[in-house]
Design a protein around this ligand. Sequence first.
Ligand code: SF4
Ligand code: SF4
Ligand code: SF4
Length: 313
Amino acid sequence: MALIDEIRQEAKRLLEEKRVDVIIGYRKGTLPLRSTPAFIRNSDEVEGLIFDPTCSNNLASFANRFEGKVGVIAKGCDARSLITLVVDRQIDKENLVIIGIPCPGVIDHRKVRHRLRGREVVDGLILEDKVVVKGRDLKEDFPISEVLSGSCQVCQYQTPPVYDLLIGYQIKKEGRPFEDLKEFKEKCPGERRNFFEEEFFRCIRCYACRQVCPACFCEYCIVDRTKPLWFGKTTDLSDTLMFHLIRAYHTAGRCVDCGACHRACPMGIDLRLLNKRLEEEVAERFGFQAGLDLERPVPLSAYKDEDTQEFIM
Ligand code: SF4
Ligand code: SF4
Ligand code: SF4
């Protein structure tokens, strides 16, 4: 049976047996090569579910917005974010069914646009390991690997490490989680600062990166507060850097490198690099990777006597 048929069958069963009140998955979007999150309460609607490399949202960011029991069709990164939300007590595990699926990786539309030199796509589809696009004076196909999201190129957990039920097969792959950092780490501290200043100078403070991120779960974000006003709401570099540093610290130990923030950013800012560097730091200092363990708290939200404290002068 095809993977999508198994997904629909399992979603239908969970709804009919009343194991869940809603299934969160994907359905076809209105634009070519786009999907959109689907919230399915009625078993008759499962035929609308899809799953392919256009399914790029991290669905964990919707899971804590529903009353009752929620079933989430979860790629590796979505499942890890769900586990992090359970550990952070944002979701009650009793109300969550993680429907794990093997993930082939998702496409990055910025790379597609670049590959097509900006020509408009009127129709597009995924055919096995190829992207097929059509438009005015345009008919092309190219391997998905050419437009794969940066996160997916180094992903270690295409199959969710934790799930309630797994559909399909296990993908076993050697991940290279911190390979993207190699070039960045060769820079001296001044060059690193310049790099981030140049990147964040382009930030328009639209907060798309925050909205799509399951690790950004605060009900009332510090940037929206006015009493006290911790820092300004302008796009001056100092205000922008403050926002990104605070977000990076909040997501340290929670970020699963799903790449959703980077894909959502209208300015194409390389957000993954900062989060990735902190992910590496957390891995080295605490031997911790987000979303692998339901029992272990996020290191920056827990205290241990033996934690290193070399930052205290
Ligand atoms: S990061 Fe991994 S699990 Fe997530 S979309 Fe990419 S390949 Fe799939
Ligand atoms: S910070 Fe970005 S990469 Fe990390 S979990 Fe949030 S959206 Fe995903
Ligand atoms: S999505 Fe991009 S432009 Fe918008 S706040 Fe985030 S970094 Fe800035």
